[in-house]
Design a protein around this ligand. Structure first.
Ligand SMILES: Nc1ncnc2c1ncn2[C@@H]1O[C@H](COP(=O)(O)OP(=O)(O)OP(=O)(O)O)[C@@H](O)[C@H]1O
Ligand SMILES: [Mg+2]
Length: 373
């Protein structure tokens, strides 16, 4: 494996990039000090493309996506370094009035818990129509018609009638669909979806994801999907950025990530996929926990949990994100210098049942999820 160049965070943005984040640091003020919770985050999302931001709880996924919309709490957080460029706009330096145009207009948002975003005292149709009127010069009647149209588009039966209902009379899955309808009502170029299906049961999850995929195709919008579930990623995304302890550790097309993960953390996430675990066998969890942002280890942040960590190497030097010969990015020193191969990561560790080798593809997982990827 060859390293093309050691620093990729400063790789140039191409014309087809819709969203590009570079060298982003985010800090929170807690217990009298600023602590960095996101370090050197970088991502590229093409027009109409789909990118997943994956990682365990606390890895910085939500904070990174909120920073795109400048929705981080102002008093206690700050972006201390980096750039966020969206369709030619430098978001970090954009005015609040420009951000109001972008939020809900050019960038739609869906959050994990729809009831926090739907207002219980207004009808679902009124709330969608209000969003439309904020961003488009249309009459009340036209805005209402658009609300009914998008509710129909997301599969709410009898949309014209249900638009007059209040959110509490919708089921969880229907509320999530209503949220999606609101998010796409102004035909955004980008949809930010933070754990859009986590609160839903498995069958509803699958249908909501299928809906998102269909809308993405039909509307040509790009999607940034935040999730801790690699199974969801297999279904949905072209590319994946794996976050660990506030920084990206691997960036790859989804098929490469499943076929030849280039970071021990990604391999660990794949190994813990329920789809790969034979019935009756316990899931293989990654041992240990994500470190707190103010207690990061000095070398590789994953080293204390890594079965492949070398003493005196991985626990000493903090690795850079480097580009491998096939274009995959990794933050593993051993993979980058060729001392550890992706096949070694993919092979089952000694003592693990054979069924735990990682020879499962993204398509296999998507099929097991009931998707036609
Ligand atoms: N309001 C806040 N004040 C202080 N620290 C915060 C705040 N919000 C987030 N953080 C810290 O930022 C880090 C990243 O949090 P974030 O919510 O982005 O994680 P996440 O990857 O989205 O996790 P999850 O999968 O649980 O949603 C965590 O260490 C978290 O404690
Ligand atoms: Mg989150």
């Amino acid at each position: 494996m060859t390293i093309l160049f050691p620093e990729t965070a400063s790789e140039p943005t191409t014309a087809e990039d819709l969203l590009s984040i570079r060298d982003l640091n985010i800090e929170f003020f807690a217990r009298g000090a600023w602590t960095r919770v996101v370090s050197d985050a970088a991502l590229n999302l093409k027009t109409g493309g789909s990118l997943a931001l994956v990682g365990e709880s606390g890895s910085g996924k939500t904070v990174t996506s909120l920073s795109i919309l400048k929705l981080l709490p102002k008093q206690i957080s700050r972006v201390s370094k980096g750039t966020i460029n969206f369709a030619g706009t430098d978001l970090l330096n954009a005015t609040e009035s420009r951000m109001r145009q972008i939020r809900g207009g050019e960038i739609g948002m869906i959050f994990q818990e729809p009831m926090t975003s739907l207002n219980p005292v207004f009808t679902v149709g009124d709330q969608i129509a209000e969003t439309v009127r904020q961003h488009r010069k249309v009459s009340r009647k036209e805005a209402w018609a658009r609300a009914v149209e998008v509710l129909d588009l997301v599969g709410i039966p009898a949309a014209a009638r249900r638009a007059k209902d209040y959110p509490h009379s919708f089921s969880g899955g229907m509320r999530q669909r209503a949220m999606i309808a609101m998010a796409i009502s102004c035909e955004p170029k980008l949809l930010l979806a933070d754990e859009p299906t986590t609160a839903l049961d498995v069958t509803v999850q699958a249908s909501v994801l299928q809906l998102l995929r269909r809308l993405q195709d039909e509307l040509g919008m790009a999607v940034l999907l935040v999730t801790h579930d690699l199974g969801v990623v297999a279904d949905f995304c072209d590319d994946v950025t794996v976050m660990y302890a506030g920084e990206p550790v691997e960036v790859a097309p989804v098929d490469d990530l499943f076929g030849r993960p280039a970071h021990p953390y990604s391999a660990g996430l794949l190994r813990s996929l329920p789809q790969r675990t034979p019935p009756g066998q316990e899931l293989t969890a990654i041992r240990g926990m994500v470190p707190q942002p103010d207690q990061l280890p000095p070398g590789c942040r994953f080293a204390p949990r890594c079965d492949f960590a070398l003493e005196g190497v991985c626990d000493v030097e903090h690795p850079e994100l480097v580009k491998l010969g096939n274009g995959q990015l990794t933050r593993c020193i051993r993979i980058a210098n060729g001392d550890l191969t992706t096949s070694q990561l993919v092979a089952a560790p000694a003592g693990t049942p054979a069924a735990h080798d990682l020879s499962i593809t993204a398509t296999d997982v998507a099929e097991q999820n009931g998707s036609d990827r």
